[in-house]
Design a binder for this molecule. Structure first.
Ligand code: WT7
Length: 652
C-alpha cells in the first residue's frame, strides 16, 4: 500500500548547533553510547531512570522474563503514577507552575497550576469514591478535550480504578462494545462538546450506547454547555449524576492508592486485523517510567517549555503525551478543544503565537491539510517561539516533512518523526532531536532501550521487510483484555516467541535508519486512526441487501490512507445503488463513527476470488491504484476484475 516509500532521500538535517548544545542528549556519539549501554545492561539502565521517580516501595527485580511474553517490570515496586505527575512537583515547590493552558473552541480559556490540578484530581477522585468506584473497577470515559478529561484519567489513577477512554468521535455502538468488554461500572461523560462551531450531544450517545449494559451503575456528567435547550437530557434517576452537584463540598485531598507496579493503569481499545477491537492493557510502573523518559528525551523537555500535543486524549498519543509523560516532567502545556480550521484555518498558529508554544507535536494528516490550505494562514502569525516539532501516527511523506520544516519550523526546528503504537505505550523509533541527524520520511533510530530490527519471515535481517522488536521494554502492553491467546498470537508468535511483531513493514538504509512503510496486516491507517478492514466489512454485510464485502486501504492525499468498500448485492435484492450507499454510510456512522466512512463504495456482481474462494485484495488494490493487474490466472472468474475496474473508474 504505502510501499511506494523508498529511502532515496538524500537530504540530511543535522541538529542545529545551538539546539544540540542545550539538549539532554547532544550528539550522535552520546546517543550511540546511551543506546549501546541500554542494550548491554537493560536492567541497570531502566533502574537508573526509574530511580528519578517517586516509589513508595522499591522494586525487587527490574525485569522478570520467566513467563515470557508475560513480562513484568519493576516487580515488587509500589507507587502511584499521580504522585509522579502531581504531588512530586508540588512538594518540590513547583505547585505554582502552570500545568494546563486550556482553550475551548469558542475561545473560552482556563489555566490550571500543578497545585490546582492536584486538588481538582483529588476532588474528582473523591467524587468517584463517593459513587462506589474503587481500586480495580473499570471506568469508561467519553469526554471532549476539556481539562476534566485529563483530570478524570488522573482521578481514576489516583484511586487505582482502571480507565478505559473512548474517543468522543465513536458512535453509541462502539461505546457499547467497549463498555461491555471492559465491564465498566461507571461512565464519565459531558452534556456536549464543540466541533467546528457545532454542538455535539455526548450524553445522548452514551445513553443510547449503555442502554442494556447492566454493568453500568453510575453515569457522571460534566456540564460543558449549561442548562439550556437543546441540552435537556433524559435523566435516569439513581444512575445519572451531575459532576458539579457531586463535587460540591468534597475534600480536595485524597491519598494516592498504593499500587503494585504491575497493577493495571488503563485499557485502551484499538483495531486489529480481525474481529472486535482489542482492549490493550497497560500497567502502572513500566508505563510511568517509559512515558516519563520518552517525553523528556524525544521532546527534549526543559522547565521553560510550553508544549502542545494536538492529539485527542481519546487516543494513545493523548494518554502518553498529553497526560502522563508531560505531566511526569512537570511541563506547561496547551490543551485545545476544537478543530484546526475553526473559526478559520489559522487557529493552530494563532494558539502557538498566543501561548508562545515551544514544542509542537501533531500528525502528518494535519500537516498535509495545512499545506493545502496555504502558507498565508501560517505566515501571518509569529511562530518564533517554536524550537522543536514532532509528528506521529503514520508515515510522513518527504514533501510534507519539508513543508513542516520550512514553513512551520522556519528551518531552525528539528523534527522528531516518532514511530510507536497503542501497544508500545510510548515512542520506539524516533530521532533524539539534539543528537540524531534527520532524513525527511524516516523515523531514524531506536530509542534507548529499544532493540529494533528489519527482518524477513524467517527472522533474517533484510533491507526491506518487517519491523521487529527484539527486547521487552517497560512501556509494552501487558495483554489484550480477556484474550491471552490473541495477545500471544498477534504479537509474539511470528518468530517463535522471540520478538515482538508490531504489524508494520519497514526498510533499513545503509546508515541503519528505519523507514516505516505502513501496516502489513488488514489494518488501515486513516488520518492516523487505525481501522480494521474486517470491522468495516462486518458493518457492510449487516445491510440486508449486502451479500459480501471486501474493504481495502488506498492512498489518500490528506488522510494518508482512505477506505474503499467493494460490495456484492444479494441477488434479487430490490433497491438502488444510490440509496444503498447512503444507508451504508449511515450504518458506518452508527456502528463505528464518522471517521471510518469509506471514500468510495463500489457495487459489483462478484469479487475476484481464487478457486478456493479467497478474495484477492491485492487485485482490488491494483484496481484502486490504477496499476497493471497482477497475475489473475488463479482467479475462478478472471472477467470479474475488468467489470469491477470499469465500475470503479466510472466513479460509482
Ligand atoms: C500504527 C499505530 C502512535 C500513536 C498514534 C497511532 C502507524 C504511527 C508512525 C510513524 C510511520 C506510524 C504504524 C503503527 N504509525 N506512527 N511515525 N511513522 N507509521 O497509534 O493507533 O496504535 O497506530 O500507526 O502503522 O503500527 P495506533
Amino acid at each position: 500500500m504505502s510501499d511506494s516509500l523508498t529511502p532515496t532521500e538524500e537530504r540530511l538535517f543535522n541538529p542545529p548547533a545551538d539546539f544540540a548544545s542545550q539538549a539532554h542528549v547532544g550528539s550522535l556519539d552520546a546517543y550511540r553510547q546511551l543506546h549501546a549501554r541500554s542494550l548491554e545492561d537493560p536492567e541497570g539502565f531502566w533502574a537508573e531512570i526509574a530511580s528519578e521517580l517517586t516509589w513508595t516501595k522499591p522494586w525487587n527485580r527490574v525485569l522478570n522474563a520467566d513467563n515470557a511474553p508475560f513480562y513484568k517490570w519493576f516487580e515488587g515496586g509500589r507507587t502511584n503514577i499521580t504522585l509522579n505527575c502531581l504531588d512530586r512537583h508540588v512538594e518540590a515547590g513547583q505547585g505554582g507552575k502552570t500545568a494546563i493552558l486550556w482553550e475551548g473552541e469558542p475561545g473560552d480559556t482556563r489555566e490550571l497550576t500543578y497545585e490546582q490540578l492536584l486538588k481538582d484530581v483529588c476532588r474528582f477522585a473523591n467524587v468517584l469514591k463517593g459513587l462506589g468506584v474503587g481500586k480495580g473497577d473499570s471506568v469508561a470515559i467519553y469526554l471532549p478535550m476539556i481539562p476534566e478529561l485529563a483530570i478524570a484519567l488522573l482521578a481514576c489513577a489516583r484511586i487505582g480504578a482502571v480507565h478505559s477512554v473512548i474517543f468522543a468521535g465513536f458512535s453509541s455502538e462502539s461505546v457499547k462494545d467497549r463498555v461491555l468488554d471492559a465491564s465498566s461500572k461507571c461512565v464519565i461523560t459531558a452534556d456536549g462538546s464543540w466541533r467546528r462551531g457545532k454542538e455535539l450531544l455526548l450524553k445522548n450517545i452514551v445513553d443510547e450506547g449503555i442502554a442494556g449494559c447492566d454493568c453500568v451503575e453510575q453515569v457522571l456528567v460534566i456540564q460543558r454547555h449549561g442548562d439550556r435547550e437543546p441540552f435537556k437530557h433524559n435523566w435516569t434517576a439513581g444512575r445519572d449524576h451531575w459532576f458539579h452537584d457531586q463535587v460540591d463540598g468534597v475534600s480536595d485531598e485524597c491519598p494516592a492508592e498504593d499500587m503494585d507496579a504491575e497493577d493495571m493503569l488503563f485499557l485502551l481499545y484499538t483495531s486489529g486485523s480481525t474481529g472486535k477491537p482489542k482492549g490493550i492493557m497497560h500497567t502502572v510502573g513500566g508505563y510511568m517510567v517509559y512515558t516519563y523518559l520518552t517525553s523528556k528525551l524525544t521532546f527534549d523537555l526543559k522547565p521553560a517549555d510550553v508544549y502542545w500535543c494536538t492529539a485527542d486524549v481519546g487516543w494513545i498519543t493523548g494518554h502518553s503525551y498529553i497526560v502522563y509523560g508531560p505531566m511526569a516532567n512537570a511541563v506547561t502545556q496547551v490543551m485545545y478543544e476544537g478543530a484546526p480550521n475553526h473559526p478559520d484555518e489559522s487557529r493552530f498558529w494563532q494558539i502557538v503565537e498566543k501561548y508562545r508554544v515551544s514544542v509542537f507535536y501533531t500528525a502528518p494528516t494535519a500537516i498535509r491539510a495545512f499545506m493545502k490550505w496555504g502558507d498565508d494562514f501560517v505566515t501571518k502569525h509569529d511562530l518564533s517561539s517554536l524550537r522543536l516539532l514532532g509528528t506521529v501516527g503514520e508515515p510522513i511523506n518527504p514533501e510534507a516533512w519539508m513543508w513542516y520544516h520550512r514553513v512551520i519550523g522556519g528551518e531552525r526546528c528539528p523534527i522528531v518523526d516518532t514511530w510507536w503504537q497503542t501497544e508500545t505505550g510510548g515512542h520506539m523509533i524516533t530521532p533524539l532531536p539534539g543528537a540524531i541527524p534527520t532524513k525527511p520520511g524516516s523515523a531514524t533510530l531506536p530509542f534507548p532501550g529499544i532493540d529494533a530490527a528489519v527482518i524477513d519471515e524467517n527472522g533474517d535481517e533484510v533491507e526491506r521487510g518487517l519491523l521487529a522488536i527484539r527486547k521487552p521494554w517497560p512501556g509494552m502492553l501487558r495483554g489484550i483484555w480477556g484474550d491471552e491467546e490473541r495477545f500471544v498470537n498477534t504479537y509474539w508468535c511470528k518468530w517463535g516467541g522471540k520478538y515482538y511483531f508490531p504489524g508494520d513493514g519497514a526498510i533499513r538504509d545503509e546508515d541503519g535508519y528505519i523507514w516505516v512503510t505502513g501496516r502489513v496486516d488488514d489494518v488501515v491507517n486513516v488520518s492516523g486512526h487505525r481501522i480494521g478492514t474486517a470491522e468495516l466489512e462486518s458493518v457492510c454485510v449487516a445491510h440486508p441487501a449486502v451479500a459480501e464485502s471486501a474493504v481495502i486501504g488506498v492512498p489518500h492525499e490528506i488522510k494518508g490512507q482512505g477506505l474503499v468498500a467493494f460490495v456484492i448485492i444479494r441477488s434479487g435484492a430490490s433497491g438502488e445503488e444510490a440509496a444503498w450507499r447512503t444507508e451504508l454510510m449511515a450504518m458506518v456512522d452508527e456502528k463505528i463513527g464518522k471517521f471510518a466512512r469509506p471514500e468510495k463504495i463500489v457495487f459489483s456482481a462478484d469479487l475476484p476470488k481464487t478457486r478456493s474462494g479467497k478474495i484477492m485484495r491485492r487485485l482490488l488494490r491494483d484496481i484502486a491504484e490504477d496499476r497493471p493487474l497482477g497475475n489473475i490466472t488463479t482467479l475462478a472468474d478472471p472477467s470479474i476484475v475488468e467489470q469491477i475496474k470499469v465500475k470503479y473508474q466510472s466513479g460509482s
